[in-house]
Structures are given as structure tokens and as C-alpha cells.
Design a protein around this ligand. Structure first.
Ligand SMILES: [Zn+2]
Ligand SMILES: [Zn+2]
Length: 282
């Protein structure tokens, strides 16, 4: 049975967390759809009238039925993506992936440096509950951290920067938040799927998570293990001058708000994003 090796980590469990955007979706572009599962975004790339599409990231634990419904609402009943591309392997981005891979029987792609966390070989460093950053950091030790096992269903992204089934996109290595974190960029219209390289809601404010108030911010603090690399990744993305961005958390942003917010974040990263204290700061 080819499916049997696939499983979550032993500490996998549903997380009670929500936001004002949970259950809502927005068509950012005709072929770019962002949908919020509790506190995290998934992204569907492809036009509804064209049956070829790709899912980027796989939501929260327990959200597989929701994700299948979102996909079928947009692309028709029985439709399935050609692939799932992961920006990284944190629990809130792979929460439904085992059920989805079994249901759709599709390949998963991730950066080679992220594969140990997706194939049962390595756990991410423990989230830093001591980091400057409030309530979410304090509860972060309760987040699932054991690696999931996707076995041979997860494949490395091609080394040449291309993205399987998304010929117009390029993947960009944006480490810092995790070692193999990637973002997806389309040069034609400068559309960006940033994952957690930067986010548009401050994850260190429970109030802002709940209300989803837009604020272009660095990667979620309790999980980010290399702040220097995270800064370089934000600068790399800012230099692309994206016209629109879907991030892992928070509402999509575009135009002047994105340009100004991202430029400021890149310039003042240490002041805006890097915590003053925490175990991964130095
Ligand atoms: Zn993350
Ligand atoms: Zn995240």
C-alpha cells in the first residue's frame, strides 16, 4: 500500500485559533486565489475556466475537507490540483497535506533543504516561547513540531528555479524563517507568493491576528531561526518590486501599500522585524 507510509508527527493536533478572515477567500488576480484557513492562507494558482491549477501550502490541522471544498467551489466538483507546492513545512502550512495527497494522489514539491522536515528525518528547532513577541509566542510550545512523513510523495523543486506545472513562475530561496523556505514569483506581472518570508499581519499581536489589521511585518518571530538570512530574504524579495503579494498570514497586499511597506521592512528590518531578545536572535 503506497499510502501507508504517509503520516503526521506524533504531536499533531487541532489548534484552536481563528481570525476575522477565517473561511474567506479573495481573488487577487483572475488566476490567483487566496483563502484563509483559521489564521493561515492557502493559495490556488490557475484560472477557474482552465482546469489546470496548483495548490500552494496545505493549511491547518484538520482542514482537509475545507480545502477540498474550496478547490471544488472554484474549479468544479471532482477537480484536483496538478501538484501541491510548499513554501515550507511548518504545521500551519502542511496541516492537511496527508489527507490531501491521499485524496488527490498528486505530487508535492518543496526545497531540498526542507525535505528532512517533511520526510520524518528532522524536527524544526523548538519554537521560541521566550522571544519578544507576546501571546502567540507564549503558546507556540503547544504547536505540533514533530516532522511529518511524506515519503517519496514529496519531491525536490527543480534546481533551475522552475516550478512544475507553473511555467510562468520561478521559485526563490528565501531562508531564515526555515532553512528551505521558498517564495514564488512571476516576472510577467510581478505577482509574489511570499509564504512566511514576510507577512502582512503581526503574529506577535493577538489583537492584530484576530482582526487581521494589515501591517507588512517580518516572519513570525517564535519560529524564525536565522534572522540574518531572514533579512537577506526580505531584501531579495523587495528588490523584485512585486506588484501584489499573498503571504502566509494576513490579507493580500498590492500597489503602493506593498511597495512602501516592503521597502521599509527591507531597509529597517533589524528595527521592525528582528526581536530584541530571544534564543535565535544572536
Ligand atoms: Zn512558518
Ligand atoms: Zn506560517
Amino acid at each position: 500500500m503506497a499510502d501507508e507510509p504517509l503520516h503526521y508527527g506524533e504531536d499533531y493536533h487541532f489548534i484552536h485559533a481563528t481570525s476575522a478572515a477565517s473561511g474567506l477567500g479573495v481573488s487577487v488576480l483572475p488566476d490567483l486565489y487566496c483563502h484563509t484557513i483559521q489564521i493561515v492562507n492557502i493559495c490556488l494558482v490557475g484560472r477557474p475556466d482552465d482546469h489546470a491549477f496548483v495548490l500552494v501550502d496545505a493549511g491547518m490541522p484538520g482542514s482537509a475537507d475545507d480545502i477540498v471544498s474550496v478547490v471544488e467551489d472554484r474549479f468544479g466538483s471532482g477537480s484536483r490540483p496538478q501538484a501541491i507546492v510548499l513554501t515550507h513545512g511548518h504545521f500551519d502550512h502542511v496541516g492537511a497535506i496527508v489527507e490531501l495527497v491521499k485524496h488527490w494522489n498528486v505530487p508535492v514539491y518543496a526545497h531540498p533543504a526542507e525535505l528532512p522536515y517533511l520526510t520524518g528525518k528532522a524536527s524544526y528547532p523548538e519554537p521560541d516561547a521566550s522571544v519578544e513577541g507576546g501571546f502567540i509566542a507564549k503558546i507556540s510550545p503547544f504547536f505540533p513540531n514533530e516532522p511529518i512523513q511524506l515519503d517519496n510523495r514529496v519531491q525536490p523543486l527543480p534546481a533551475d528555479g522552475t516550478v512544475p506545472h507553473l511555467p510562468e513562475f520561478r521559485w526563490i530561496h528565501t531562508p531564515g524563517h526555515t532553512p528551505g523556505h521558498i517564495s514564488l514569483f512571476r516576472p510577467r506581472d510581478a505577482a509574489l507568493i511570499a509564504g512566511d518570508a514576510f507577512v502582512t499581519v503581526r503574529q506577535d499581536s493577538l489583537y492584530k491576528v484576530l482582526t487581521q489589521q494589515i501591517e507588512i511585518s517580518g516572519p513570525p518571530r517564535y519560529y524564525t531561526i536565522d534572522w540574518r538570512a531572514a533579512r537577506e530574504s526580505v531584501r531579495k524579495l523587495a528588490a523584485l518590486f512585486p506588484s501584489v503579494a499573498i503571504t502566509g498570514h494576513g490579507a493580500p497586499v498590492a500597489g503602493k501599500e506593498l511597495r512602501e511597506g516592503l521597502t521599509k521592512l527591507a531597509r529597517d528590518f533589524d528595527r521592525i522585524a528582528t526581536p530584541d531578545y530571544g534564543k535565535y536572535v544572536h
